[in-house]
Design a protein around this ligand. Structure first.
Ligand code: 8YV
Length: 323
C-alpha cells in the first residue's frame, strides 16, 4: 500500500520529523520559511495531509482550489484560529489539534510573564546590559509583590487550570474565574476558586488578569478600551492566548497613561509584527510566542500530531479532531 503523502510546513524537532517520515511520504520545509498562499494552495492540491502551524493562515484563499487532495489538516498547536473551520468543513477537510501536552509549559510561561512584569525583570535586565546599573539602592526598581494577590483568569480550560494550580499552591493567590460555561464546583474547589458571571465583574477584582480563552472571531478585542478601564490602576494584564484577544492600540494607551500597572504579552495581533507603540512601553514585557517552546512540549506536540494522523488514515476518529 502506498503511504499517504504529508507536507510539514515548518521544521519540527528532529525526532518528530524522523517519526513522521517513518510512516508517511513526507515533504519537509527545509528552509523553515512560512509558505506563501500560492504554495499552500498547491499543497492542498498535492498532499493527502498537511501539518500546519500558527504561521499558516488557512482561509478560503488557500482552501478554495479546484481539486483538493488534502483530507486532513493536522495542526501543530492547540489553538487553531488561523484555520477557517467552516471553509475546511465545506471542503470536507478534517482538522485536529494538540491539546494537553503543552498546558503545563504554557502555564509556566504565563507565570514567567506575571513575575517578570510585576518584579520589573525586563527593565532590570535592560539596565544591566546597557551598562547603566550603578549599584544597589533601597528604592531601585521597586516592583509589586505577587504572592497573595488576586488572579483573574479569563478562560478556565486546561491551561487556565494549570495557571490556577501554580498561582494558588505556589503563590498563595486568590483565584477568580470567568468562563463561558459553568465550571464544575469540584474543579473550582481544587484551587479554592470562584467563578464570576461576566468579565466586567472579574476585572475590577483582579490584581493580575491572565487570558486563557481561544482566539478567533468570538474573542477578537475581548479586552478593549472600556474593559481595560475596568482594571485596577495597579493591576497587570497577561496574554499567552492569542494576540487578537486584546485591542493592542487600547493596551498601548493604557500602558502609556498608566491606567494599568503593566502587561506581559507572548502573543500579538499581527505576529511577527509588533505595534511600535508597545515597544515604547517600559511597563510591558514581551516574549516572541514562546508558550509551548520547550524541548518536551514541542516533541510531545509532534507525537500527538502523529497519533492523530495515524488514527485518521486507519479510518478511526482522531482523539483531537476539532472539525
Ligand atoms: C504553538 C500555540 O507554538 O499551541 C498553540 O496554540 O500557540 C503554540 O503552542 C503554535 O501554535 C505552533 O503552531
Amino acid at each position: 500500500m502506498t503511504r499517504p503523502s504529508l507536507l510539514v510546513t515548518r521544521r519540527l524537532p528532529q525526532v518528530v520529523e524522523a517519526q513522521l517520515a517513518a510512516s508517511y511520504d513526507v515533504a519537509l520545509n527545509r528552509s523553515d520559511t512560512p509558505l506563501t498562499p500560492a504554495e499552500f494552495r498547491e499543497a492542498i492540491q498535492r498532499f493527502d495531509a498537511v501539518l500546519p502551524t500558527v504561521t499558516d493562515k488557512i482561509g478560503p484563499e488557500v482552501l478554495d482550489v479546484p481539486k483538493a487532495q488534502t483530507k486532513i489538516l493536522a495542526n501543530y498547536g492547540v489553538g487553531y484560529s488561523h484555520i477557517d473551520i467552516e471553509q475546511a468543513k465545506t471542503h470536507g477537510i478534517a482538522i485536529t489539534n494538540t491539546p494537553d501536552v503543552l498546558s503545563e509549559c504554557t502555564a509556566d510561561l504565563a507565570l514567567t510573564l506575571m513575575l517578570m512584569v510585576a518584579r520589573r525583570a525586563g527593565e532590570g535586565e535592560r539596565e544591566i546590559r546597557s551598562g547603566v546599573w550603578d549599584g544597589w539602592r533601597p528604592t531601585h526598581l521597586m516592583g509589586t509583590k505577587v504572592t497573595g494577590k488576586t488572579l483573574g483568569l479569563v478562560g478556565f480550560g486546561r491551561i487556565g487550570q494549570e495557571v490556577a494550580k501554580r498561582a494558588h499552591f505556589g503563590f498563595d493567590m486568590e483565584i477568580v474565574v470567568y468562563n463561558r460555561s459553568p465550571v464544575a464546583p469540584e474543579i473550582l474547589a481544587r484551587f479554592n476558586a470562584r467563578q464570576v458571571r461576566t468579565i466586567e465583574e472579574l476585572l475590577p477584582l483582579s490584581d493580575f488578569v491572565s487570558l486563557h480563552c481561544p482566539g478567533g472571531a468570538g474573542t477578537t478585542a475581548l479586552i478593549d478600551g472600556p474593559r481595560l478601564d475596568l482594571m485596577k490602576e495597579d493591576a497587570f494584564l497577561i496574554n499567552t492566548a492569542r494576540g487578537e484577544v486584546i485591542d493592542e492600540a487600547a493596551l498601548a494607551q493604557a500602558l502609556m497613561f498608566d491606567t494599568i500597572a503593566g502587561a506581559g504579552l507572548d502573543v500579538f495581533e499581527r505576529e511577527p509584527r509588533v505595534n511600535p507603540l508597545l515597544a515604547q512601553c517600559d511597563n510591558l514585557v514581551m516574549l516572541p510566542h514562546l508558550g509551548s517552546a520547550t524541548q518536551e512540549a514541542r516533541r510531545a506536540m509532534g507525537l500527538r500530531v502523529l497519533a492523530n494522523l495515524n488514527d485518521f488514515f486507519e479510518g478511526k476518529t482522531p482523539r483531537d479532531r476539532v472539525a
